[in-house]
Design a protein around this ligand. Structure first.
Ligand code: ZN
Length: 504
């Protein structure tokens, strides 16, 4: 072994600064969780101020020149380390974060936060009242601010690259476009072929008593790896997963007694939670202690929700339990009819309610429109028309109102351009990872039929979760599946699964 230089003082100093900033970020996350799960509504204004204060302090503490000097001082030590070591990854990733964070002036960042807060309620009202015109000025402002944000950066091939990089670091618009074009070319005809509207699945509208939904959700995710020692499951309006560290994972869900969506929501959020829980504890209280990107994160929620949770082996184990939990509704429903109902492909207006296949066309539509909005090749006032035309082209149904069309998502009101593509990238990656696991553990379907998911969880943990943010998303995927993002496995997965359903 070559002699390694002694650990420089700068490293301890950097670690301690980053740990404090990380603590602030996690406190922010817990306050946000509290706001949406626990807080009485009256606490809103003060909580907003508290979150803004923490955000500002964390940002200010990070972008100071001293952090840059520490990183510079550590350059030669970093060179001496193994690229894969925790310390080399910490220095490398923090340098990238620091250089990026410093480019955005504090006043622009604050203006973006303020505009988003203001636009949120206007958007919610516009959606409710089907009134795009009232939202238009706020959308114009959001786009204008994003263009100023893009101007803070240089050296990109397309302006949209800058926005994408916030959620999927290193990913380029041209790569996403190529992957999505390939997916779209297969999906549009596949959906037209397999979409069904005539099957009787009225039993999916319940009633499903809420207590039984909660018990069943817990029973499922406990088999996935949810452990009450480290996890919670609470109620919220818009489900999400949060954490204050690897040993404190907060999942949220919602229940309505006229559908069983909650089971899939619980599996989805559990997938996010298992990822955060599985990060190496050596990375705790560092900026490496989180999932590596939105798409990789979504690949895990989707893997557990769809590839596992909508599969036949899974239901061979769980259906009798679910049937017993909801006897009034499911007693006379055959497992096959239930399986078909939860995998039914049917074009619908709302993205979050879409099935596994059509979901991606909702995302591709938004990805295309976002690029045109940012480039200015489409006038914002014409957006509803453009949305409706393209929606009908891809999904074959006309949009009856902006409420279920262009106004349905919260993202644009908050300036969240660049986020949507990560949902479908996650679907694509989920199958790449699944194919890899399945090739190494061919016994998994038999294990699922016996209600065993531990080997799958352990594989994902030791090959992906443990890495946290040590590497870029591309490096991470390379390490897990031995290649880059590729739509083909996902297209094959959907074609086989949906083809079999349509043929039966
Ligand atoms: Zn998710």
């Amino acid at each position: 072994m070559p002699d390694r230089p002694a650990e420089p003082n700068e490293l301890a100093e950097l670690r301690s600064r980053l740990a404090e900033i990380h603590d602030l970020r996690r406190a922010q996350e817990v306050l946000f969780w509290d706001q949406t799960v626990m807080m009485p509504p009256g606490g809103g204004p003060v909580r907003g101020a508290q979150l803004t204060t923490i955000d500002r302090i964390a940002h200010e503490r990070f972008v100071v020149p001293e952090v840059g000097r520490l990183l510079d001082g550590l350059a030669s030590y970093e060179e001496s380390l193994d690229y894969d070591s925790d310390d080399a990854s910490l220095i490398r990733t923090s340098r990238r974060d620091w250089e990026k964070a410093r480019r955005v002036p504090a006043d622009l960042a604050a203006e973006m936060v303020g505009a988003a807060a203001e636009a949120h309620d206007i958007w919610a009202k516009a959606r409710e009242e089907n009134d795009f015109a009232s939202f238009l000025p706020h959308l114009e402002r959001a786009v204008e601010l994003k263009r100023r944000y893009i101007d803070c950066f240089e050296g990109y091939a397309e302006p949209y690259d800058v926005l994408l990089d916030d959620y999927e670091p290193g990913m380029k618009t041209a790569e996403v476009r190529a992957v999505f074009d390939e997916l779209k070319a297969s999906l549009v005809p596949l959906i037209a072929e397999v979409a069904s509207s005539d099957e009787d699945d009225g039993f999916m509208r319940g009633p499903f008593p809420i207590d039984a939904q909660h018990e069943t959700s817990l029973r499922v995710i406990e088999r996935f790896g949810y452990d009450p020692q480290y996890f919670r499951l609470d109620l919220t309006v818009h489900p999400f997963a949060a954490s204050s560290g690897t040993q404190d994972i907060r999942l949220t869900t919602r229940y309505t007694d006229n559908d069983l969506t909650s089971l899939f929501t619980a599996m989805h959020e559990c997938g996010h939670g298992l990822y955060e829980h599985g990060i190496s504890q050596t990375l705790e209280r560092t900026p490496l202690c989180s999932g590596v990107s939105s798409a990789l994160h979504e690949s895990q929620s989707r893997l557990w929700e769809n590839i596992v949770g909508r599969s036949r082996p899974f239901w061979n184990y769980f259906y009798p339990q679910v049937q017993a939990a909801f006897p009034d509704t499911l007693r006379d429903v055959e497992q096959d009819a239930f399986y078909r109902a939860i995998n039914r492909v049917k074009p619908s207006y709302i993205r979050v309610d879409a099935d596994e296949a059509t979901y991606n066309l909702h995302v591709i539509l938004r990805f295309e429109l976002e690029q045109e909005l940012i480039a200015g090749t489409i006038a914002l006032a014409d957006l509803p028309e453009a949305w409706n035309a393209r929606f009908e082209q891809y999904l074959g149904i006309p949009i009856p109102s902006d409420t279920v069309g262009v106004l349905q998502d919260v993202h644009w009101s908050g300036g969240g351009f660049g986020y949507f593509p990560t949902y479908t990238l996650g679907n694509i990656v989920s199958v790449q990872i699944w194919d890899k696991v399945a090739s190494e553990l061919p016994d998994l379907p038999a294990q699922f039929e016996a209600g065993e998911f531990g080997e799958l969880h352990a594989w994902l943990r030791s090959n992906l979760y443990v890495l946290g943010r040590k590497f870029t998303p591309q490096e991470t995927l390379e390490r897990v599946v031995g290649g880059q993002i590729d739509a083909k496995p996902y297209v094959r997965y959907l074609t086989e699964k949906l083809g079999a359903l349509a043929a039966a």
